[in-house]
Ligand binder design. Structure first.
Ligand SMILES: O=C(O)CCC(=O)C(=O)O
Length: 292
């Protein structure tokens, strides 16, 4: 099954529908290439300082990874809280939580000579698996043109339909996301994917952010990567995404805080309907529903 490429004018419902069906979908040129260039230039000093002396089997020995992205590249906020990203995350994640959150953020520069990363699922961090309930989505932004040659992210389209405890999909059917700078690859936490081999003579930079159900622990500790003084530089949507807001407003209320913090938001800016969720039914509600 081939990877579907949509245009930046596609509506959110279409992107979410293809993502749900295929496990991944690319939206071409969703952001301006100039924004991608700005982000790379903000990241550049940190990328260049990244030591390759601690190679890992998973991360690669010719790959640079920056996790405190917002501290060094504030322009990346515009991608992390992009309207299309939030719209798609609303669609996929909100059926199973009151608010979702950023789980991890990595700027990844795959250098020439890096071999392909092992195909993997991102949601194996969590020890549960329920068919039909996605725990997270990922969005990989191409900060350079992604090609087959330079290590464009590989995806096994349709592989999200395989529950790992039953059987594995045929991983040989992977396909590389080939998309211009500024494009976004949306993928479910349950799909098999990984960075490709960089056979070119130039680095391939990407920015990947995951968004997970609000009642799960965030994969990276966002409060340490983005402490209150950093989070306070951004608007309410991003602060809420980082976790500086409670999940839920009723019996599902988690992560509450009663102190004084420059980044804290008592009421998340969206979704507006969350007040109706998670509130246990009172005797009066039950009576009202029963018409007594
Ligand atoms: O860099 C890429 O294309 C994908 C990276 C990835 O999947 C990961 O590191 O988990």
């Amino acid at each position: 099954m081939p990877l579907t490429y949509l245009d930046r004018t596609a509506d959110t419902d279409t992107v979410a529908a293809v993502l749900r069906r295929d496990g991944a979908v690319a939206v071409n040129s969703l952001a301006d290439p100039e924004l991608a260039d700005t982000i790379v230039s903000e990241l550049r000093p940190e990328l260049d300082a990244f030591g390759l002396d601690n190679p890992s089997d998973f991360g690669g020995d010719r790959t640079r990874r920056i996790k405190n992205v917002l501290t060094v590249a504030p322009s990346a906020a515009r991608l992390m809280e992009h309207d299309m990203v939030v719209g798609v995350a609303d669609d996929i994640l909100l059926p199973n939580c009151a608010t979702y959150q950023i789980g991890s953020t990595d700027a990844i520069e795959v250098l020439p000579g890096q071999s392909a990363q092992a195909l993997h699922r991102d949601d194996t961090t969590y020890p549960i698996e329920m068919a039909g309930m996605e725990l997270q989505i990922g969005v990989m932004w191409a900060l350079d043109d992604f090609s087959m040659e330079n290590g464009g992210t590989r995806v096994v389209v349709g592989s999200h339909r395989f529950i790992r405890s039953w059987h594995l999909p045929d991983l040989s059917g992977w396909e590389a996301a080939v998309m211009p700078k500024g494009s976004a690859l949306f993928y479910l936490g349950s799909i098999w994917h990984g960075a490709g081999e960089n056979l070119s003579n130039a680095p391939r930079a990407g920015l990947v952010t995951t968004y997970s159900l609000g009642w799960l622990r965030q994969e990276y500790n966002q409060y340490l990567y983005n402490p209150p003084e950093v989070a306070a530089r951004f608007g309410p949507r991003l602060k809420a995404l980082l976790g500086y807001t409670p999940h839920g407003s009723g019996d599902d209320r988690l992560g509450t805080f009663g102190g004084d913090c420059p980044a804290w938001i008592e009421t998340p800016p969206e979704p507006t309907w969350q007040d109706n969720r998670g509130r246990g039914a009172t005797a009066a509600d039950v009576e009202a529903q029963a018409g007594v």
